[in-house]
Design a protein around this ligand. Structure first.
Ligand code: ACK
Length: 319
């Protein structure tokens, strides 16, 4: 039989375990939009063993999306079915029936992407005394109490790095290569837990642990290892390079890497040995980790297990 299909529905393997009835999903406002996809906040009733109503996030493609984008969302769905870790975004269900668009339902992260949280945490406010007070939410009482809206401390930054490293270590163990690890692709929940997300580009690696990307798609050049840029080689070791860039994003509260450098000039500079300088307020210890992640020889980079241990030690020392 010919399934009914419009531009927004696409054929997928029906999976009873994850299928969620459309009538139990009430879409609310849009929380994110890309060129071909969007993310909506929604209310779901009785989803994934959670009785009653829960707030969830729904990922879908727009009408203008092509086959690549649809396949990316489908592969994200299939991949998320097999992963389960506190620092990896949780799949809650999917609507795949042909009477509507394909919806991927994942856990909702109150603070959105780590990048947006980092950038919001920068916003400073000058109070009536002319003092910089940080980003404050004024709660009116007889004596005004000021509470930071997006607080962040050096310890939080280390904690975020450690959590992401743990999630990546888990993925690497499963032989999964993320290929687009960046602060924009990590979500932050209400209890300040980092969740690795956006698995559209993730591929399972087999045999020699190397994924060779055949065609040119979206390329996050400033997060990419030299071997990915030159030869489209993606491994957990190239994810480690991206993790180094993510550490730099954390310390700079979400700055764009290699400020002032055009993407087309980057590869040559990296091959000549150029690396980003130590950001202000970054400890030498953390900068050494970043630089180690950016070793030109992928085999000299630390792995996620050892990164997790190093970050854990730094957290224990309280620096
Ligand atoms: O930084 P943001 O507000 O948080 O903008 C991006 C946008 O959608 C595109 O990815 C937000 N987003 C994505 N997934 C989720 C989620 N599960 N919960 C909350 N926000 C999300 C993200």
């Amino acid at each position: 039989p010919n399934p009914v299909s419009n531009s927004n529905t696409f054929i997928t393997d029906f999976d009873q375990k994850w299928e969620f009835p459309r009538e139990n999903l009430v879409l609310k406002q849009e929380i994110g939009e890309g060129e071909f996809g969007k993310v909506l906040k929604a209310h779901a009733t009785d989803i994934h063993n959670i009785k009653g109503e829960s707030i969830v996030a729904v990922k879908t493609v727009k009408n203008n999306a092509g086959t690549t984008e649809k396949n990316d969302l489908l592969s994200e769905y299939n991949l998320l079915k097999d992963v389960n870790h506190p620092n990896v975004v949780k799949l809650l269900g999917a609507c795949t029936t042909q009477d509507g668009p394909f919806y991927l339902i994942i856990e909702y992260a109150k603070y959105g992407s780590l990048r947006s949280y980092l950038r919001k945490s920068r916003i400073q406010d000058v109070n009536s005394n002319g003092l910089v007070t940080g980003n404050f939410n004024r709660i009116e009482t007889r004596t005004p109490i000021m509470l930071p809206l997006y607080p962040i401390s050096p310890k939080d930054i280390l904690k975020f790095a450690w959590q992401i490293s743990k999630g990546m270590s888990y993925l690497a163990e499963l032989k999964l290569v993320h290929r687009d690890l960046a602060a924009r692709n990590v979500l932050l929940t209400e209890d300040k837990m980092c969740k690795i997300s956006d698995f559209g580009l993730t591929r399972d690696v087999y045999e020699d642990n190397t994924y060779l990307k055949k065609t040119k798609g979206r390329v996050p050049v400033k997060w990419m290892a030299p071997e990915s840029l030159a030869d489209h080689i993606y491994t957990s070791r190239s994810d480690v390079w991206s993790f180094g860039i993510l550490l730099w994003e954390l310390v700079t509260l979400g700055a764009v890497p290699y400020p002032g450098i055009a993407v087309q000039d980057l590869f040559k500079l990296l091959k000549e040995g150029y690396r980003m300088a130590k950001p202000e307020h970054c400890s030498h210890e953390l900068y050494d980790i970043m630089v180690a992640c950016w070793a030109d020889d992928q085999h000299r980079r630390p792995n996620f297990k050892s990164l997790t241990t190093s970050l854990e030690k730094m957290l224990e020392k309280g620096n």
